[in-house]
Design a protein around this ligand. Structure first.
Ligand SMILES: NC(=O)c1ccc[n+]([C@@H]2O[C@H](COP(=O)([O-])OP(=O)(O)OC[C@H]3O[C@@H](n4cnc5c(N)ncnc54)[C@H](O)[C@@H]3O)[C@@H](O)[C@H]2O)c1
Length: 258
C-alpha cells in the first residue's frame, strides 16, 4: 500500500461498519490508513475489519453506541491503546433518521435523534482531540446532510440535528485552526445505503415526493456510498490542507438547482 493518500495515518471511523462508513473504512485502508471501525453492529463491523486485513490493509473493530458517553470512553480507551495515543483522522459518520410528522414525534425521539446525530460528534471529537493536539494536528470530517440547509417535511428532528452538525463543524474549525486541526463536513443527498433506502421508503409512505422519478429530477440518480466516502477521503487527506470549516455538498447539484 505504498504511496497511499493516507499512508501511515491512524483513522477512527464512527459508523464505519456499513453504508458510507463501511465504504470509507475500505477506501481509507486502501489508501494506507490503519482504520479503527467504531460501530454498534459488531458482527458486520468485525467482518469488515477481517475483510480489510484479508486484503492486506490494517483495520480493527471496536463496538460502541457512540451516543453513550460511557461506551465512547471505553471504546476510545481501546482505540488509543491500539494506536499508541496517536490519532490523525476522525470521521464522525454514525447517524440515523426519524421520518415522522412533527406533531407525532415524542420527547424520547428528540433526545435519541440529538444523541445519535449530534452528541456522538461531541463525544467522539472530545475523545480524539487531545491526541491530535498532542502531536500538532489532525483532520476531522463530520457527516452532515443537505437536510442541514434544506427543510424536508416529516424530518424536523433530523433537519435540526444536521443543522447542528454544520455549526459543530464550523465552531471546532474556528476554535482549533491555529493548533493544526481541520474540521470539515460532507453533506450528501440521498445515498444508496440502508439509511437512505429506508428514508426514501418512509417519506414516500407519508406522501413526500421522493419517487424514483422525483429523485432523478432532484439529483439525477441515487448516490453511491463510495461517492461520499471519496469526498471524506479528500477532506481527511493532506490534499485538503487549506480547507477548514467547510460544508461540502455531495448532491449532484440538487441544492443549486432548486
Ligand atoms: N443515506 C443517505 O441518504 C444520507 C444522506 C445524507 C446524510 N446521511 C448521513 O449518513 C449517516 C448514515 O449513514 P449511511 O447512509 O451510510 O447509513 P447506514 O445506515 O448504512 O450506516 C450507518 C452506520 O452507522 C452505524 N450507527 C448508527 N447508529 C450508531 C450508533 N449510535 N453508534 C454507533 N454506530 C452507529 C450503523 O450501525 C451503520 O453501520 C447519517 O449521519 C446520515 O445523516 C445519509
Amino acid at each position: 500500500m505504498a504511496d497511499g493518500r493516507l499512508e501511515s495515518k491512524n483513522a477512527v471511523i464512527s459508523g464505519g461498519a456499513a453504508g458510507v462508513g463501511g465504504a470509507a473504512s475500505k477506501i481509507f485502508a486502501r489508501e494506507g490508513a490503519h482504520v479503527a471501525i467504531v460501530d454498534i453492529q459488531d458482527e458486520v463491523g468485525a467482518a469488515l475489519a477481517d475483510e480489510i486485513r484479508g486484503q492486506g490493509g490494517q483495520a480493527f473493530f471496536v463496538k460502541a453506541d457512540v451516543s453513550s458517553g460511557d461506551e465512547v470512553a471505553a471504546a476510545m480507551a481501546e482505540v488509543n491503546k491500539r494506536f499508541n495515543n496517536r490519532i490523525d483522522i476522525l470521521f464522525n459518520h454514525a447517524g440515523t433518521v426519524i421520518v415522522k410528522s412533527f406533531l407525532e414525534t415524542t420527547e424520547q425521539e428528540w433526545d435519541w435523534m440529538m444523541n445519535v446525530n449530534v452528541k456522538s460528534m461531541f463525544l467522539m471529537t472530545r475523545a480524539v482531540l487531545p491526541s491530535m493536539l498532542g502531536k500538532g494536528g489532525g483532520a476531522i470530517v463530520n457527516t452532515s446532510s443537505i437536510s442541514a440547509v434544506a427543510g424536508t417535511p416529516m424530518e424536523v428532528l433530523y433537519c435540526t440535528s444536521k443543522g447542528a452538525c454544520h455549526m459543530f463543524t464550523r465552531a471546532i474549525a474556528t476554535e482549533y485552526r491555529d493548533q493544526g486541526i481541520r474540521c470539515n463536513a460532507v453533506c450528501p443527498g440521498f445515498i444508496k445505503t440502508a439509511h437512505g433506502l429506508r428514508e426514501l421508503k418512509e417519506l414516500q409512505a407519508l406522501g413526500v415526493e421522493v419517487t424514483e422519478e422525483d429523485l432523478c429530477r432532484l439529483q439525477g440518480r441515487i448516490c453511491e456510498p463510495e461517492e461520499v466516502a471519496n469526498v471524506a477521503l479528500f477532506l481527511a487527506s493532506s490534499e485538503a490542507s487549506f480547507v477548514n470549516g467547510e460544508t461540502v455538498f455531495v448532491d449532484n447539484g440538487m441544492l443549486v438547482s432548486t
